[in-house]
Ligand binder design. Sequence first.
Ligand SMILES: C[S@@+](CC[C@H](N)C(=O)[O-])C[C@H]1O[C@@H](n2cnc3c(N)ncnc32)[C@H](O)[C@@H]1O
Length: 286
Amino acid sequence: MPDTVMPTGPDRTSKAATAARIYDYYLGGAHNFPADVAAAKQIIALNPATPAIARANRAFLGRAVQFLVDAGVRQFLDIGSGMPTAGNVHQIAQQAAPDSRVVYVDIDPVAVAESLELLEGDPTVTAIQGDARVPGEILGHERVRAMLDFSQPIGLLMCAVLHFIPDDTTARATVSTLAGALAPGSYLVMSHFNMESWDVSPEDEQAGLNVYRQQTATPVGARSAAQVAEFFAGRADIVEPGIVPVPLWRPAEGDPADFTDNPGASAFLGAVGRIHAVRPQPAARV
Ligand SMILES: C[S@@+](CC[C@H](N)C(=O)[O-])C[C@H]1O[C@@H](n2cnc3c(N)ncnc32)[C@H](O)[C@@H]1O
């Protein structure tokens, strides 16, 4: 049974914008309401490349999932999974490995309801409403425990979600708790909004951030490559090619070609790390 009910009638028009549905609009999806469309159009007016940015991020997610399946991972915990759209994690994973199991987690009840509708009758995939800032509740959720075996490797996907947790302390605690629950040999997949190689005026940058701050419940904050690296530090070995603009992460045939000439304009960094066993700290010298 869905956790929530899809709004219909007047509620549809009064619904405030959400990050999940704005992103769905960027990707050309149909799961969005007038407030989402209005917010998305404001962002696209500021940067017409925004839909291409969303596609590049989504393509990274797909390649990373394929990489994990090839590495033998058969379980996935997708935090900030968004609206069901083309190339969902379970579709990519199960095409290569039909025994793959996936839990989708999103703060947006509509995204969760739509996901559950799509997944109805599939015992290998589920979706729950959860807030990444309260990771213990996600880990303790009965459907998460029933679907995933935490003694075996899990692919923890945190794509285009951590920039919706701009507070560094909270974001670090989120990653630490979720990644800390995983067995060695698990993977952390991350993409993150980044402005280091993005040529945008400070005014347009502020205007874009204001759209999310004022029209959604999830304000956005970019992070540097060094800050992204901190999420992996001490818990995961980052695989080649490291922390790079998403189009440069193991590009594959059929990828979108929008940022071939300027990958940094994709405005998202991507990285994949293999979780290692806790390494003993060197003994302090006395
Ligand atoms: C831009 S979408 C990314 C979707 C998908 N992960 C991808 O990369 O294609 C970001 C998603 O994160 C969700 N989100 C934002 N803050 C969240 C939080 N605190 N906990 C869980 N999900 C969150 C939004 O609702 C939205 O669906």
